[in-house]
Design a binder for this molecule. Sequence first.
Ligand code: PLP
Length: 398
Amino acid sequence: MDRRELGAGTRLVRAARSLPSGEGQPVVPPLVQSVAFDYGSAAEQDAVFGNERRGYVYGRYGTPTTAALESALAELDGVAAVTCFVTGMAAISAAVDACAISRGGRVVAQEDSYGQTRALFERWTRERSADIVFVDTTDHRAVEAALVAKPTALLYAEAIANPLLKVNDVPALARLARDNGASLAVDATFATPVLFRPAALGATMVIHSLTKYVNGHGDVMGGSVGGSEELARAMRDRTILDGAYLPPHEAWLAIRGMRTLSLRIRRQCESALALARHLAKHPKVTRVRYPGLADHPQHDLAARQFGGLYGGVVSFALRDDTKPAAFRFLDALELAASATTIGDLFTEVLYPPISSHRRLPAEERRRLGITDGFLRISVGIEDEADILADIDRALDRV
Ligand code: PLP
């Protein structure tokens, strides 16, 4: 069987099954907690330290269990190699710093990316005089103008942006980046490797917060950076020196979680579409943002790029577009958690103005469309009717 032809669901279920063992192949990869690794001879150890031979020397340099997760992710994302970090932010920080900031390289970044990503980029601008410009990455003329203005090392975008759910045209951004001598980094956290593979569409770097859908059970934090072997060497240098490498226990849990990713995300996408359609008709709701709705500005692109799935997150604004109304809604939820994350088994509702986008000045937040009554729902795998009933009950209290 040609493994390249396997679907994402099959790859996920088989993820990390191929670790060699002496007597029979374990169907679940062993959890190797050891920090250090003993060698029969100093010469062997020397060869491993010198990268002349594959092997493990110390937990920060690589562990068999984390490597199993990295290989599985590399296969899923269709990239040469993946490096795993302790959080998604650690992955973003290492990748963007290594490929641009630390070399004085300019970055053109999506203006409405995840709040902490934007906050990190702004801190680098303030504290390290980094040249980072923010643009609407769905406006390709604006992207081109920013790239043409000065030599740029990196174009940075999210596949489905958090929390406004704008969808980026990865092939178009890849072309613009390539034509202007820049690399393209895509944070594919909201899309997951099940919806699409950004590397196949021209992205040079694929980032995931494993904390979200990939693990999916709300009990592990992690991040990954995938791309070329050269990128992997730069990332390995970061894990060794900055120390933010994903430990084996987290990697083992992430492997276990990701085996069901295909099932989970498909169900979450189905329920999210039903919820978005329901909210769009609700009298207490004004704006609904969901790539699966025909009125979403990038609906056709999303349909094309993600093969008929639109993600498990729905955002909307209350007609009473105020903070007290949003608080009443959150306090009335009985089933959904009022929690700051996405991609878990359970439905989670976030109020961005007090959490992910708290650091952004209120004016800029509103300019981006994150108004005072704006909420984001990460749809879980509960029964669809129960999710809708919980949201309706909470809307009744607004
Ligand atoms: N990228 C996106 C799109 C996110 O939404 C988040 C967190 O919410 C991150 C990256 C950061 O991931 P982590 O929380 O694992 O550091």
